[in-house]
Design a protein around this ligand. Structure first.
Ligand code: FES
Ligand SMILES: [Fe+2]
Length: 382
């Protein structure tokens, strides 16, 4: 069959030998406040978390507020072009310094007008010259560690954490042909949802559910039978979804996107499929033949999260007159099939509260969930 030529089925990956069966997470881990508090301490306080991309603050003075792991932060480009991520909690009496995004020459606290330079230095503190022990020069906004990986901005609240890029070296190689660092974000959408953050990530990274939840929408174009799971070489998972050649009547929502020119550096194999990447704990990327989509995931509570969906294109595509309309069409289509995932994840959250909910056996196509579960177990263990 035609589609088998573009994406041959890979042999199913075997689960590691040992006493552990390949089962999913305990459903209680989607709802338990104590587990969420432990995740905040063990995972969100220690692991690299994506908060956006460098082009979100492209020009000197650009800033973007972001809240992650309970921390109000601001990402900002200073006058010299350096990118910083600061706490946006005032050093005086903890007022939130700035909200939203925009362009500023400095940050002036709305409470007593202490003023911070874009690089975080306190440069103004009215009426503080009679406060013993206060030295403006020694005061600056603190912040997490920052690392840029392929244009994504990651933060880590653990000063001892090892750098991110070496952990992701094989993944960087696998994504090299997309030149992600040269892409720019052209559309973003934000949603607040009643799900645990792991439910979102697990739903994202497996395409086993195309034959169920997306039977009429995605399955004709991205059929479960053409899904391949790559063996993981680090704290991430990669899944490829071969593109099927449509046969017979194909509903409008299931047609292959015809958006932008393919990225020239991609191999024929890379053009003939869509892929999913989950960088643990919660960075989700979809490299496509002509673009990249990604989610930023902000866990708010055991059963609540904020997600932002972003569409990114090669910088050169900005000059193409049809880019805007094509991305608009893609975004509309995406929002339509997301409704199917919303219903599924809502159902899983409800089901996980049942006394009868259990750790189920996983399919070989859910290998990424198994890899993620072991990664999670290691960090959550005593
Ligand atoms: S709390 Fe910011 S200046 Fe007082
Ligand atoms: Fe889905």
């Amino acid at each position: 069959m035609a589609e088998e030529r573009t994406a041959r089925r890979a042999p199913a990956l075997a689960y590691p030998a040992g006493p552990a069966e390949a089962r999913g997470l305990d459903p209680a881990s989607y709802r338990d406040p104590e587990i969420f508090a432990r995740e905040r301490a063990r995972i969100f306080s220690r692991e690299w978390l994506c908060i956006g991309r460098v082009e979100d603050v492209a020009r000197p003075g650009d800033y973007a507020s972001v809240d992650i792991a309970g921390e109000p932060l601001v990402m900002v480009r200073d006058r010299d072009g350096a990118l910083h991520v600061h706490s946006r909690v005032c050093r005086h009496r903890s007022m939130i310094l700035v909200e939203g995004s925009g362009n500023a020459g400095n940050f002036v606290c709305p409470y007593h007008a202490w003023t911070y330079a874009l690089d975080g230095r306190l440069v103004g503190a009215p009426e503080m010259d009679r406060s013993p022990g206060f030295a403006r020069e020694r005061c600056r906004l603190p912040g997490p560690r920052v690392e840029i990986w392929l244009g994504f901005v990651f933060v880590n609240f653990d000063p001892e954490a090892s750098p991110l890029a070496p952990r992701l070296a094989p993944l960087s190689g696998a994504l090299a042909n997309w030149s992600l660092a040269d892409m720019v974000t052209v559309r973003s959408f934000e949603f607040e949802l009643g799900w645990n953050w792991k439910v979102m990530c697990e739903n994202f990274i497996e395409a086993y559910h195309h034959l169920g939840a997306h039977r009429l929408s995605l399955e004709p174009f991205l059929p479960t039978r053409l899904v391949q799971v790559e063996e993981s070489k680090g704290p991430y998972a990669i899944v490829h979804m071969g593109h099927a050649k449509p046969v017979g009547h194909v509903p409008e929502e299931a047609r292959a996107p015809t958006a932008l020119p393919d990225i020239a550096a991609l191999t024929a194999g890379q053009r003939g499929r869509s892929s999913l990447v989950h960088v643990f704990p919660c960075h989700l990327i979809s490299p496509e033949a002509d673009r990249m989509e990604y989610y930023t995931v902000f866990p708010l509570a055991p059963d609540r999260l904020r997600v932002r969906k972003h569409f990114c294109v090669p910088r050169a595509a900005l000059a193409e007159p049809r880019t805007d309309a094509a991305i608009g069409e893609l975004a509309a289509r995406h929002l339509a099939y997301r409704i199917e995932d919303v219903a599924i994840n809502d159902g899983v959250m409800k089901g996980s509260g049942s006394r009868y909910a259990a750790r189920g056996h996983l399919s070989h196509l859910e290998r990424p969930l198994w890899d993620f579960r072991r990664w999670w177990d290691e960090r959550m263990a005593d």
